[in-house]
Design a protein around this ligand. Structure first.
Ligand SMILES: [Zn+2]
Length: 417
């Protein structure tokens, strides 16, 4: 395969350039962005966009990149935005990434040269079965690859370049947004939506070829504060009600069927994430997840029932359950704007792929953006096995992702009668 022969000649060179820049974010950091080094990529992307002729490309003090590919139609059509994150997961080393192309994949094991114990096997990565004949990009064995989400970044950049070079493709204003700190849950913290001024957006951060994700979990945090009855243990007979044991009984009474380890697909869960205390008082923290708000409320009611039942055996003690909203399923917003997902599915079809509408057992920048007023489903970037040394992406899937972005720009560029 020659990099110069294909339709998007800059795509893989861009991707390699971006993954070589260490942009790991840091969950412990109190600064924004969480790591200063992310801004090196922000600046590079703003420079490259300006070199392409995007005059307003700008990277701000927080590491966000904003840019506009100007409309080439006289019609008034919605402004759409494509968004990817520039940071990589802190869970796996991200410095010194050496990307490698394994040409013409034939189902063989992919042995990574800098650590021969890192072997990407078809049996452990079933999505590879669909990649026969394709060219697979991996890291060299000692780092993650960073396809999550630099594949998306490279795809958006390449699509912008392609649209600039093909003015016959009619589109409205296209905004480009690159965000820092998505991997530490802070990607939308300092985003300026007024400056962005888009009607609809797409994150390009999904996994499998053809996937469009329009649902995320709805999420609450819950805490039970327990007050027991404390006494000197030598004189405790008939009096002591140990808050630690009350906490233990509540934890033991949680239904296994509603745990993360027993659920998949569209089933939600109650998951204790921390417990602390002394005999006088204790606290248990939970995360509650479901695809509907009603499902969250049901699970919180179950938690209340369990707490009441356990406390009935401790007449001198009390326990208070408090619930805090974390984020909501983006579908609640997207259902009010059906075109956003319909157009994504159509853009995938026009790329010659059967679209797969999917839900994510987690949250995304898109779910937060949707509730901030910018409806934002997620489309595939082709990234697989992310946050690991065995992360991979195929050249061909990345090219298809560029096709889908170009198609979306074109579909939104047509005025609706
Ligand atoms: Zn990502």
């Amino acid at each position: 395969m020659s990099l110069d022969e294909n339709k998007y000649s800059s795509l893989i060179r861009r991707f390699f350039r971006y993954v070589r820049i260490d942009t790991a974010s840091d969950p412990e950091s109190l600064t924004f962005p969480s790591t200063e080094k992310q801004k090196a990529l922000s600046r590079l992307l703003a420079d490259e966009l300006r070199e392409m002729g995007i005059a307003d490309a700008y990277s701000d003090e927080f590491g966000y990149v904003y840019a506009t590919l100007p409309s080439n139609t006289a019609e008034k059509v919605p402004v759409i935005c494509f968004c990817s994150h520039i940071d990589t997961s802190p869970d796996c080393p991200g410095n010194g990434v050496k990307p490698i192309i394994h040409e013409n994949y034939d189902g063989r094991d992919l042995v990574l040269p800098d650590d021969l114990s890192q072997v990407i096997r078809l049996s452990e990565h079933p999505d590879l079965a669909a990649q026969r004949g394709n060219d697979i990009i991996t890291a060299s064995g000692t780092t993650l690859l960073g396809a999550d989400n630099k594949a998306g970044v490279a795809e958006i950049m390449t699509a912008v370049e392609y649209l600039l070079n093909h003015p016959d493709i009619i589109h409205g204003d296209i905004r480009i947004l690159f965000t820092p700190d998505e991997e530490v849950g802070r990607g939308t913290e300092k985003v300026d939506l007024a400056r962005l001024n888009a009607d609809y957006a797409y994150t390009v951060d999904g996994e499998t070829l053809g996937s469009v994700e329009n649902e995320t979990f709805s999420a609450d945090g819950a805490t039970i504060h327990i007050k027991g009855v404390s006494t000197h243990p030598g004189f405790a007979l008939g009096k002591l009600e140990n808050a630690l044991k009350i906490a233990g009984q509540i934890l033991a009474a949680l239904p296994h069927a509603l745990s993360p380890e027993a659920t998949s697909g569209r089933a939600g869960f109650i998951h204790p994430t921390g417990v602390s205390g002394i005999q006088e008082e204790a606290r248990i923290d939970f995360i509650i997840r479901d695809f509907t708000t009603e499902g969250l409320v049901e699970k919180e009611a179950i938690l209340q029932q369990i707490t009441d039942k356990v406390l009935s055996g401790f007449p001198g003690s009390s326990a208070v359950l408090s619930v805090k909203e974390q984020y909501r399923n983006m579908k609640e917003v997207l259902d009010q704007h059906p075109r956003v997902v319909e157009y994504a599915l159509e853009a995938v079809r026009r790329a010659g792929i059967t679209p797969k509408l999917q839900s994510i057992r987690g949250g995304t920048d898109g779910s937060r953006l949707s509730f901030m007023g910018l409806p934002c489903p997620n489309i595939f970037a082709g990234e697989h096995a992310f946050h690991s040394k065995q992360e991979w992406v195929s050249v061909q899937d990345m090219e298809k992702a560029v096709d889908v972005i170009v198609n979306l720009a074109s579909i939104w560029g047509q005025p609706v009668e």
